[in-house]
Design a protein around this ligand. Structure first.
Ligand code: SF4
Ligand code: SF4
Length: 207
């Protein structure tokens, strides 16, 4: 019995070749048709690029390629990006070290050490608040679980990496320094550089 996942028009199927038209059986004709289509697209895009870059026709856009990192695709506002800790007006963390996010995190990648808050009306504050982004699965549960709206994933920052596991651990100070993304998810904060991350070295003779 044939598998339900088996495609019926695979070459192994006896009926496959009978579906091809006469010209399709001469593959050279199909190749030429493909080249014709590619040529049309190529020259149409080149013409639009010429209009855009030389004749400054702003409405003319050529190929759909996004010239990353100079250009970025607009991101949805609900996109979950690098975490940040929300600050109070005095700059201190809004977090009250209730451990809800640490408890709910399925990757066990949040590490909080709580201490007494100097303000008697606030019970606790995190002495340290680390997130190991090398383990994080970006599920957003920590944001959902937080009763204080103290942690968000709205920085728009997606480009973070490290040469070491330690470099993927983001501390309270790093998370507190981040700002929410601007329109279309464009980050407004620089990507935090962990102390142990090696910066690219310039090669002799290169700019
Ligand atoms: S996004 Fe998910 S995995 Fe990452 S820190 Fe939050 S709860 Fe943990
Ligand atoms: S759930 Fe919110 S308030 Fe509680 S420890 Fe996490 S960030 Fe802080």
């Amino acid at each position: 019995m044939a598998s339900p996942y088996q495609r019926s028009n695979t070459p192994a199927d006896a009926r496959h070749s009978s579906r091809l038209g006469l010209f399709q059986r001469f593959y050279l004709v199909e190749v030429l048709l493909g080249l014709k289509l590619t040529g049309i697209r190529f020259f149409a895009n080149m013409w639009r690029h010429t209009l855009h870059t030389i004749f400054r026709v702003k409405s003319a856009h050529g190929a759909v390629t996004i010239q990353y990192p100079d250009e970025r695709r607009p991101y949805a506002t609900r996109l979950r990006s690098l975490h940040r800790l929300v600050r109070r007006e005095d700059g201190s963390p809004r977090c009250v070290a209730c451990m809800m996010c640490e408890t709910v995190c399925p990757a066990h990648c949040i590490y909080i050490v709580a201490t007494e808050h100097p303000n008697p009306e606030i019970e606790k504050v995190p002495e340290s608040f680390d997130i190991d982004l090398g383990k994080c699965v970006f599920c957003g549960y920590c944001v959902e679980a937080c009763p204080e709206d103290a942690i968000r994933m709205d920085t728009g920052i997606l480009e973070f990496s490290s040469y070491s596991r330690e470099g993927m651990i983001y501390t309270k100070e790093m998370l507190l320094a981040l700002e929410p993304a601007g329109p279309h998810g464009v980050p407004t904060s620089p990507v935090p550089i962990p102390a142990d991350r090696r910066l690219p070295t310039t090669t002799k003779g290169m700019p």
